[in-house]
Design a protein around this ligand. Structure first.
Ligand code: HEC
Ligand code: HEC
Ligand code: HEC
Ligand code: HEC
Ligand code: HEC
Ligand code: HEC
Ligand code: HEC
Length: 360
């Protein structure tokens, strides 16, 4: 389209939307932040760059003008577009980490896209505005309104995501997973799952001896309680981490692994190491996690027995790492059976040791 026509159209649109926006969001929006000198002009300037609605820079680079380095902010302040003294942090640091959302990769986002596939948008992109509406600010930690599209667990598109996880499901589901080998998030977090970390339904609130900060029954976790920066002083959000799977701490998955606080740092952020290793719940935790120096048997990762999201059919997030265990000799079965806490039996073969079944 001819650029000047496009511009005129946009100016008209901007005036219109501006009125609507200001009327619709009286508080808490980027657009009326006391820190932005000009509600629209702090971001929308002149003719802008191609394919962007009068934005001086494209995609994340546009956000980094204020959410980037101190030097970038200083320029915005000098140009009178940002009030000096804002305490904004550098988000680029997060996205430069080895495990991060690939905001810098290509340009896949379109303001009119409907993920996963409407308008031909690629699903393998992730831009700031896929998760954030630049015209709206998050309100507070748990009850934020992202004002971007999302998906419900039963696959319904939502014009406004209700919970954080609704946004994630735009791209992370079995059918359209950002990576094809991902576990099926919808199944693991389905409300009928036998056990799960309480993201899509409220916490059970029952007594779990290891829990450092028990959650009141009914309250929820966010995906970004686990998938976030390893540095608690970093901005909140699933932007990047130096640890695999973009986790808030290190988590070794190895079949043979010596226990130490770093190996399972991630789980130990919420589950007390001492409680786990003193067998307060599973009487054989220590033996499996630390191994046995007398027999020379090595310890193994939590991942050998536990999945992190949810288990469709087992209690206590039990899902065996199929690379570590095989069906038990004689029975051909590989399963965990238990109806109640503190008891159970496992039918499987592990470290050449046959449980057919082994009970506790
Ligand atoms: C914090 C920066 C920022 C501010 C402040 C801001 N915008 Fe935007 N605006 C953007 C970005 C980024 C996009 C592109 C969104 C996308 O690609 O999905 C955009 C897109 C638009 C569009 C194109 C249609 C759409 O909604 O995607 C219109 C119209 C618009 N803005 C109007 C306004 C008006 C009017 C104001 C002031 C009331 C304003 N904007 C304030 C960053 C901003
Ligand atoms: C012109 C400067 C500027 C630009 C450009 C800008 N922001 Fe902001 N942003 C701010 C300021 C200032 C605040 C804090 C507002 C306040 O506290 O009043 C903020 C707040 C936020 C918050 C909420 C933080 C919270 O604690 O709730 C998010 C999310 C955010 N911005 C995302 C973006 C995204 C995404 C972009 C790019 C599309 C962007 N911003 C572009 C200045 C900017
Ligand atoms: C617009 C699409 C999109 C949305 C929305 C999205 N992601 Fe992603 N996510 C991606 C892409 C693309 C990757 C990178 C996959 C790759 O490395 O090829 C990714 C990677 C990840 C990874 C790292 C996976 C790994 O194997 O290391 C995690 C964890 C993650 N996302 C969590 C989330 C969470 C939590 C949310 C919701 C707050 C979310 N994502 C929302 C597209 C998205
Ligand atoms: C209790 C912490 C926790 C929560 C909550 C959580 N995750 Fe994860 N996630 C993990 C761990 C740990 C892994 C690594 C794989 C494993 O150990 O099972 C992972 C792996 C992933 C991956 C990598 C692909 C895969 O499946 O292997 C993606 C994508 C992901 N999570 C997205 C999400 C989304 C989206 C949510 C919210 C709906 C979420 N996670 C909630 C801990 C968590
Ligand atoms: C995959 C989704 C996703 C992407 C992509 C993403 N964010 Fe976020 N971001 C979030 C979530 C979720 C939170 C809020 C977490 C919370 O409040 O607990 C957040 C929080 C923030 C905050 C507030 C942090 C704080 O501690 O006050 C800012 C600012 C922000 N994001 C800016 C950006 C910018 C800039 C980009 C692109 C360079 C970006 N985000 C890309 C999901 C995303
Ligand atoms: C951010 C905090 C957090 C992290 C990190 C975390 N958990 Fe949890 N975990 C919880 C909470 C909260 C509950 C209680 C849920 C409830 O009450 O419904 C829980 C419950 C559990 C349960 C019991 C589930 C049940 O239904 O019986 C197991 C098992 C578990 N976590 C294992 C792990 C493992 C293994 C890791 C590391 C891979 C881990 N958790 C990391 C917060 C966390
Ligand atoms: C050999 C398999 C196995 C390994 C390895 C294992 N667990 Fe468990 N874990 C279990 C079983 C079985 C239960 C259920 C006990 C019951 O309630 O009957 C359990 C229960 C739990 C619970 C819920 C009760 C509580 O203590 O609060 C948490 C949390 C937990 N494990 C965390 C971990 C962490 C963290 C690791 C790694 C450091 C780990 N587990 C390693 C088998 C294992």
């Amino acid at each position: 389209m001819d650029k000047s026509v496009w511009c005129v159209m946009n100016i008209r649109m901007i005036t219109l939307t501006g009125l609507l926006l200001l009327a619709a969001s009286p508080s808490g929006a980027h657009v009326d932040s006391h820190l932005l000198t000009d509600p629209c002009g702090s971001c929308h300037v002149g003719h802008g760059v191609a394919d962007q609605p009068m934005l001086e820079k494209a995609e994340e680079h546009m956000c980094y003008q204020c959410h980037g380095s101190t030097a970038e902010r200083a320029r915005m302040e000098a140009e009178g577009r940002l009030v000096p003294g804002s305490r904004l942090k550098d988000l680029r640091v997060e996205f430069n980490k080895i495990y991060s959302h690939p905001v810098e990769r290509g340009s896949g986002h379109s303001p009119t896209e409907r993920l996963p596939s409407f308008s031909g948008a690629k699903t393998s992109h992730a831009e700031c505005v896929d998760c954030h509406n630049p015209h709206q600010r998050l309100t507070n930690h748990k009850t934020m309104d992202f004002a971007v599209q999302g998906y419900s667990l039963d696959g319904q598109i939502q014009e406004r995501a209700l919970y954080e996880y609704n946004i994630c499901l735009k791209c992370h589901t079995n059918a359209i997973g950002a990576k094809s080998n991902e576990r099926d998030l919808v199944r693991d977090f389905s409300r009928s799952a036998r056990s799960q970390h309480p993201v899509t339904s409220g916490a059970s609130g029952r007594y779990l001896p290891s829990l450092i900060e028990p959650m009141p029954g009914g309250s929820r976790m966010n995906c970004s309680d686990c998938h976030r920066s390893e540095d608690p002083n970093s901005p909140r959000g699933p932007h990047g981490s130096q640890y695999e799977f973009m986790l808030s701490g290190n988590y070794d998955h190895d079949i043979y692994q010596d226990e130490n606080p770093f190996a399972y740092q991630f789980c130990y952020q919420c589950h007390d190491r001492f409680s786990i290793l003193s067998n307060e719940s599973f009487p054989l935790h220590r033996e499996h996690i630390e191994g046995d120096p007398l027999t020379g048997r090595r310890g193994t990762s939590c991942f050998t027995c536990h999945t992190a999201h949810g288990s469709p059919s087992n209690r206590a997030l039990i899902e065996f790492n199929r690379q570590a265990v095989q069906p038990a000799d004689g029975t051909g079965r590989l399963e965990f059976q238990s109806l109640s806490e503190g008891t159970g039996n496992c039918t499987l073969k592990c470290h050449n040791y046959n449980h057919a079944p082994g009970s506790y």
